[in-house]
Design a protein around this ligand. Structure first.
Ligand code: ASP
Ligand code: MG
Length: 422
C-alpha cells in the first residue's frame, strides 16, 4: 500500500489545543508518514541562540532558558498530570544543546547553526509522537538524521537522492502504519547534521513522498489553502482550488509563502498530488497541486516580498556593464549569499534588489565598492502580479513610488518605495 505524507508546520503545532485538533485528523488513519516542524517560532528563537553562542554574548544562557521554559510549559499544557516522563525524555535533547553552547564555537557559523537549530525539530517531533501515543494513536518515531542524506552545504543542504533511497525505504518501510519524523533536517554522508533552508519542512515532505513513491502529500496549514494573496496584508484574498506543478513553482519562486520552492520538483517527477488544507477545517477541499491537461486561467495572484534593498552599481573605470562585469557582480552575490530577486541594467549601471536581511550585506557592499560606485536604498517592497490586468496593477501601485518595473506576458513586477506623498 502506498503511503500518504502529512506535513504539519510550526503554526499547526503551536499549542496544546492545536495538538488536540491534529490528533483528531490523524486518528483512525494508517499508512501515514507525518513530517513536523519546530513548534511555533522556535526556529527563530534558536537562530537567536546560535548568534549569541557564535558571538560569545553573555545572554546565551538566558536565550537557552527561554527556549527550555517554553517547551516545558508546552508539555505541561499538552500532557497535564502525565507530563513528567515526557519532560524527562525531552531533557536529553536540552542537555545536548547545553553541551554545545558550553563549548567554544568553531569558525564555521553555518555548521554551528545546523547543529543547534536542528533541535527545534527533534524536540517538537518527540513531543508530537508522545502526544499521539497518549491519545492511543500508535506511532513510530523516526530520526530524519538517520535517513535523509544531504550534501554538506550547511543551512541550505541538498538531498542526495541515491544515498537517501535505501535508508528511507528500509526504516520507513511497509510495516509501519503511522510514523513521525522531522522536517527541515538531514545529515551529510559523514554524519554531520544539516538543515535544508528556512521553511524547508515542505521540501522534506515532498522528498519523502518521492523516495517512498507515496500516494499523496498533504500540507496542513492555518489558511484554507493556497490563496491569491497573503490574507495577512490583503483583504481581497481568495483561495485557488487547483494549480499545476509549474504554476506552483512559479508562485513559490516569486516569493509566495505558500510552499517552499524546492517542494514541487520531486513530486512532479512522480506525478504525486500535493494538497494544501486547513487543519482547522479538515473536511474542506483546500488546494490541490497536480498535473493538469488543460491551460490554467487564474485570477490575478499577488506576491509581496518586503525588506528589499535596491543596490545600484556602476564601474569606476567607465567600462560597460557587459559579461565580464556581470560575472564579477554575480560572483560576489553568490559568495556573500545575497538573494537576488530582480535585476535591471543599462550600459553603465546595474541594479539588483536583494533580501535586506542578508548577514553579509556590509561585507558585500565593501567588496563591490573596490571596483564599483555603489548606492543602495533600503526598505522597499517587491510586488509580483501573475495574470495581471490594469485593475490589479492599479491596486498595487497607486500612490507608490515605482523604482523598477518589469512585465512579461503573464507577470508584472514592481519594486516599490514609500507612498509618493510621504
Ligand atoms: N522550522 C523550520 C523553519 O521555521 C523549518 C520549517 O518550518 O519548515 O524554518
Ligand atoms: Mg517553521
Amino acid at each position: 500500500m502506498r503511503k500518504r505524507i502529512y506535513k504539519f508546520g510550526g503554526a499547526s503545532v503551536k499549542d496544546a489545543q492545536s495538538l488536540e485538533n491534529i490528533s483528531e485528523i490523524i486518528k483512525n488513519q494508517d499508512n501515514l508518514c507525518i513530517v513536523v516542524s519546530a513548534i511555533g517560532k522556535t526556529t527563530n528563537a534558536l537562530e537567536g541562540l546560535v548568534n549569541s553562542y557564535f558571538n560569545n554574548l553573555a545572554n546565551k544562557f538566558d536565550l537557552f532558558s527561554g527556549i527550555f521554559d517554553f517547551h516545558y510549559k508546552y508539555i505541561d499544557d499538552a500532557f497535564g498530570e502525565s507530563s513528567e516522563p515526557v519532560k524527562k525524555k525531552v531533557s536529553v535533547f536540552f542537555d545536548e544543546i547545553k553541551q554545545i553552547i558550553d563549548r567554544t564555537p568553531s569558525e564555521n557559523f553555518d555548521k554551528e547553526y545546523d547543529s543547534l537549530v536542528s533541535y527545534g525539530e527533534m524536540v517538537s517531533t518527540f513531543i508530537f509522537s508522545e502526544y499521539l501515543n497518549s491519545k492511543g494513536i500508535k506511532n513510530t518515531f523516526i530520526d530524519a538524521r538517520e535517513i535523509i542524506v544531504t550534501d554538506n552545504n550547511h543551512r541550505d543542504a541538498k538531498i542526495l537522492w541515491d544515498k537517501s533511497f535505501e535508508p528511507v525505504n528500509k526504516v520507513v518501510g511497509d510495516g509501519l502504519s503511522v510514523c513521525v519524523t522531522q522536517g527541515f533536517i538531514g545529515r551529510t554522508v559523514s554524519g554531520e547534521v544539516t538543515t535544508l533552508g528556512r521553511e524547508g519542512s515542505d521540501y522534506s515532505a515532498s522528498a519523502l513522498a518521492y523516495l517512498l513513491d507515496a500516494e499523496s502529500v498533504t500540507i496542513w496549514k492555518d489558511v484554507p489553502g493556497i490563496m491569491n494573496a497573503d490574507p495577512a496584508w490583503c483583504s481581497f484574498a481568495q483561495k485557488l482550488d487547483v494549480l499545476s506543478y509549474l504554476e506552483a513553482i512559479e508562485l513559490a519562486f516569486y516569493g509566495a509563502k505558500v510552499i517552499h520552492p524546492k517542494t514541487i520538483k520531486p513530486i512532479e517527477n512522480k506525478d504525486i498530488p500535493l494538497y494544501v488544507k486547513s487543519f482547522q477545517n479538515p473536511e474542506e477541499s483546500g488546494t490541490v497541486i497536480k498535473k493538469l491537461d488543460y491551460k490554467l486561467k487564474l485570477i490575478p495572484v499577488y506576491i509581496l516580498k518586503d525588506n528589499q534593498v535596491l543596490i545600484s552599481i556602476s564601474p569606476k573605470d567607465f567600462s560597460f556593464i557587459v559579461e565580464e562585469n556581470m560575472s564579477k557582480i554575480f560572483g560576489l552575490f553568490a559568495q556573500y549569499k545575497a538573494k537576488v530577486n530582480i535585476t535591471q541594467n543599462s550600459a553603465i549601471s546595474f541594479s539588483a534588489s536583494i533580501d535586506g536581511d542578508s548577514r553579509n550585506f556590509d561585507l558585500l557592499i565593501k567588496e563591490l565598492q573596490k571596483e564599483f560606485f555603489v548606492r543602495y536604498n533600503r526598505n522597499l517592497e517587491l510586488v509580483t502580479i501573475r495574470y495581471y490586468d490594469d485593475n490589479s496593477v492599479q491596486k498595487m501601485t497607486a500612490g507608490r513610488k515605482v523604482l523598477m518595473e518589469q512585465k512579461s506576458r503573464t507577470t508584472a513586477r514592481f519594486l516599490l518605495g514609500q507612498s509618493e506623498n510621504q
